[in-house]
Design a binder for this molecule. Structure first.
Ligand SMILES: Nc1ncnc2c1ncn2[C@@H]1O[C@H](COP(=O)(O)OP(=O)(O)O)[C@@H](O)[C@H]1O
Ligand SMILES: [Mg+2]
Length: 237
């Protein structure tokens, strides 16, 4: 469903070229859960932003159902069926939670379906549907609303960049349950959390902008624990 071929991303800083992603090749299948993990700064967010079109690659191609995404804008990719939940959620001036969920699902939702979306992410609909989506919401609340929005969009490919960030107080079991229940879509989750790694069909381990390993939890865990665990924790090399 998604094929990434020879993808490179570099930036120029003070006249020096910094290669952020180097020759990334991945093939994703329908209806599977992929977890991208790796140390801070290894390029995880950059990779998922390239898929959504938030950044443009220096070279290489990304195909979604055989269609080359390179010339397509974020909106065009969204319309093809790709959703993205940010590591740092965005606020939407003037919109209420219910408006956002209506826009996301493409229909006017009744209270019950709004309640369904919101309770799935651990929020009580009656307290939230009429709340404006502004900076009065906490980071954790915004994050959950954003998750609810992705669920409401019900797209073929969902991308979540560190969905656990900011919702530490909320049980991870709920979060992992949401992901395990997303059966009719392909999901890419950037995460460090063991419980999320455990539900992956495949884990993609990134290090210094390169793929070190693609495999099952069983295959990848020893590499994380023995070789790169300090880096995964963001400690010194
Ligand atoms: N706009 C930018 N300008 C300079 N460096 C950047 C920019 N965006 C990302 N980087 C660098 O690219 C690397 C990968 O970043 P990122 O994809 O956010 O990593 P991760 O999500 O794995 O923590 C980091 O070294 C980061 O500092
Ligand atoms: Mg990141």
């Amino acid at each position: 469903m998604l094929k990434i071929k020879n993808l490179n991303y570099s930036i120029t800083e003070n006249d020096t070229v910094k290669n952020i992603l180097k020759d990334i090749n991945i093939e994703l299948k329908d209806n599977k859960i992929y977890v991208i993990t790796g140390p801070n700064g290894s390029g995880k967010s950059t990779l998922v932003k390239l898929i959504m079109g938030i950044k443009s690659p220096t070279s290489g191609d990304i195909f979604f159902d055989e269609k080359n995404l390179n010339p397509l804008s974020i909106n065009e990719r969204a319309n093809l069926g790709i959703s993205f939940a940010f590591q740092q959620p965005v606020t939407f001036k003037g919109l209420k939670v219910r408006d956002l969920l209506d826009i996301a699902s493409g229909k006017k939702n009744d209270f019950n379906s709004l309640c369904n979306y919101l309770s799935t992410v651990g929020l009580c609909a009656k307290d939230y549907i009429n709340r404006p989506i502004d900076d009065k919401l906490s980071g954790g609340e915004l994050k959950r609303i954003e998750l609810a929005m992705v669920l409401a969009r019900n797209t073929k490919l969902n991308i979540f960049d560190e969905p656990e960030a900011g919702i530490d107080l909320w049980s991870f079991d709920n979060l992992t349950k949401i992901f395990s229940n997303l059966k009719n879509s392909t999901n890419i989750i950037v995460s460090h959390q063991r419980k999320i790694l455990e539900i992956a069909d495949e884990i993609i381990l990134l290090k210094n902008g390169q793929i070190v390993k693609i495999g099952s939890y069983k295959d990848v865990l020893p590499m994380i624990e023995n070789n790169v665990c300090n880096k995964l924790r963001g400690e010194n090399e």
